[in-house]
Design a protein around this ligand. Sequence first.
Ligand SMILES: [Zn+2]
Length: 467
Amino acid sequence: MRQLLLVFTLIGVFSCGEKKEEDTTVYFTGEIVNPTSDYVVLFRNDIVVDSAKLDEDSRFSFRLTAIQEGLHHFDHDPQQQYIYFEKGDSVVIRLNASPAYFDESLVFSGDNEEVNNLMIEMFLTYEDEEPLVYSYYPLSPEEFSAKIDSLRHQKLDELEQLLATTELSEKALEIARAAIDYNSYLYKEKYPFYHKKKTGETTIDKLDSGFYQHRETVDLNNSELTFFKPYYDFLKHHFGNLSYTLCNQYCGMEEFSTSQQQLHLNKHKLALIDSLVTEPKLRDNLFRNVAMDYLLKVHEANKECDLFINKFEALSTSAAHKEEIKHLYKGIQNLQPQRELPDLVLEDADGNPVSLKEIAKGANTIFYFWTSDQKRHFRNVTKRISKLKKRYPKHQFTGISLQTGRLEWLALLDENGVSTEDQYRSTDFKETQNALIVDGLNKCIISEDTLIVDAFANVFYLSSTDF
Ligand SMILES: [Zn+2]
């Protein structure tokens, strides 16, 4: 569930709870095969509840005397997964933390094992189904709807079978249903946009209300699910879809490509969230998401952006989010064309510190990114770069590796026959991500000498007119 994007910054606050009656204590224990860190950290929403150190047998144990019932998640850096507790529960997990096995290997046993195992199973099923669902997007609304409903019903049947033999509390049942429903609803909210893209149609189809039947029952203010990714992703796309449709219908907007049009759309998106969402944390998270999306999409520094940020600041109640957005905007301002490249220091193959400006000096450079975690991307981008090198022999193509340990980095370059000459490693991911606004791995930065030409280009869509 790891994402390289600018996702939630989880701000930790340790809470020390009062002692409750013994039978409400929750025990959360487990064993981690191939651990990737020394700790397991437990969260309720964005708050750290407690952390446990692994012992020499890679086991951990939490004894939680003052815990809120409901959805939590645990981190075993860099991975995380959800867990559901009720008072008095004793839950045991077993898990292999190697990146390739993390989710597949996770097994819960003990109290509420059914809902916890169902959550992980649904997560994996939806992941497996994704290519299939993408292949359905060109279908007509009726056909698409029928396919998605049928996939959802298969999962609901599975839940029914489970309920025939196990009793779930109302709350646990709600979580189980949410793990099934929201991914399915998300597909429908995405449909008009993906359908248009896949079919090459020029307009977005008007869909009858039957297509969006879920909208009649869906809860836009579920505090329990505020930090549940399927629910949150659904809401993001729901408001995206709604504002697009409403601006189209009532504001006469047909295009959303210029920064003016984006400003209009995103101001209406903020207003829509403001009018429909009352749950405080959910509101703030959604406002933050709109602001981040907008700034990254237009990546300009102008009066429209200032206006938008004012609007965002008036609505958000989160000082941390406001600070974050201000910081992002500052980063974007620093990356405008004709500005100097940021003062950022990377490491070369010999372990020497080298600044971005030193690398770029006197050359036309394309900086591109990769990480050991996404090997397919690494192979693709390496292929792409060797093609570009042939086409533009005078340019310098410089790889920056993120979140990759030194030895792994050198081994991967060697394995893939990439010379270390133009390769550098970021030793501080957060710093690099913030300074260069790395919001996706396909991003590249074009510079001429130490000046920025385009800091928001895409390495797979470069043409000679770009540099
Ligand atoms: Zn509008």
